[in-house]
Design a protein around this ligand. Structure first.
Ligand SMILES: O=C(O)CCC(=O)C1=CC=C[C@@H](O)[C@@H]1C(=O)O
Ligand SMILES: [Mg+2]
Length: 318
């Protein structure tokens, strides 16, 4: 079976630049592609590279698309090399849309809203809470740790006072350091998190995401032993090869999976069905085309019912 193939690059500016320990991200670039079969049915897919996470670059993805003929085979789709994980996702998503294997209900998913770094978190969280959000993620490891912990305490106070006047149940708060902490700073954050969780109050610190850099898995395993708050690997497991490696090295806490850059959905499904990992599925700020495919994968592979990190639409104007 062959498919007509078309692709179109896009650029999508963030409403406000996304500040992380990796730096400032102002513009999301990607490629929308479609496959048309002999009957004229069209399947859509998205290539959303995130090179500073370890995927191919936008240029690599564009070059790959440009060197393809206008008519491609299934063989081409399922032999895209592992060094092009975002392309693997984009093409397989379009193929799966044309050849759906199971009906997947993405309506049962609940979402985690990504909050901005710094002081603005104190107002943004409440707006999203009033719109029904119960799980939030906040970026840390960017500014001075004393300043960030000070804002963290204010955030906890703001949530506690707001919740005490409403019937809302527990709020889950996730912290994401993007590898920006030292071992000592991670310990300081985890002492605060364990204290919060020991109070069994209205707020649970669900996990601390990627506290250290990807070459410090041994120290992150050490942190898992010393503190009760869960840790999540993200940059450390950005693609399937890394995911498998960290699993083999004994990681038992949470794995953040970004379907749009992790690689072939078929290979991801094989991995998750052979290893019951505690996964959190996460966006890479793709458009609704990529999100739809990623959420279908999440609803099929989610083992524990953790919120999906796709509460990101408020970061864009359209
Ligand atoms: O995971 C989420 O809750 C939302 C997506 C998100 O936080 C990220 C997406 C892409 C790169 C990073 O800035 C960040 C992350 O590190 O998880
Ligand atoms: Mg992360």
């Amino acid at each position: 079976m062959n498919y007509q193939f078309q692709f179109q690059p896009y650029q999508r500016p963030f409403k406000i630049p996304l500040k992380t320990a990796h730096g400032m991200w102002k513009m999301r670039e990607g490629i929308i592609l479609n496959l048309t079969d002999k009957q004229g049915n069209i399947g859509w897919g998205e290539i959303a590279p995130l090179s500073w996470f370890g995927s191919e670059t936008m240029e690599d993805a564009l070059t790959f698309c440009q060197q393809l003929p206008s008519c491609i085979s299934i063989e081409t789709i399922f032999t895209i090399p592992d060094y092009l994980p975002a392309c693997q996702f984009g093409f397989e998503s379009a193929f799966t849309e044309l050849n759906p294997n199971t009906f997947l209900d993405i309506n049962k998913l609940h979402y985690s809203e990504l909050l901005p770094a710094g002081e603005t978190v104190l107002t943004t969280w409440k707006t999203l809470f009033q719109q029904g959000a119960k799980t939030f993620k906040w970026k840390i490891g960017i500014d001075d740790i004393t300043e960030e912990i000070n804002i963290f305490q204010k955030l906890i106070h703001s949530i506690t006072t707001t919740l005490s006047h409403s019937q809302a149940q527990k709020i889950h708060l996730r912290l994401d350091a993007n590898g920006g902490l030292t071992f000592e700073q991670a310990q300081k954050w985890l002492e605060h998190c364990d204290l919060m969780n020991a109070n069994q109050g209205l707020i649970e610190i669900e996990f601390l995401e990627q506290p250290l850099s990807i070459d410090q898995l041994d120290l992150m395993l050490e942190l898992c032993d010393r503190y009760s708050t869960l840790l999540a690997l993200d940059e450390s497991v950005a693609n399937l090869q890394q995911l498998n490696s960290c699993y083999q090295q004994g990681w038992l806490d949470i794995f953040v999976i970004k379907p749009a850059i992790v690689g072939s959905p078929k290979k991801l499904k094989n991995f998750c069905q052979n290893n019951e990992i505690d996964a959190v599925f996460s966006s890479v700020f793709e458009t609704n085309i990529g999100q739809k495919s990623a959420l279908k994968i999440a609803s099929e592979l989610l083992f524990y019912n953790r919120a999906v990190g796709f509460g990101i639409n408020h970061w864009f104007t359209i």
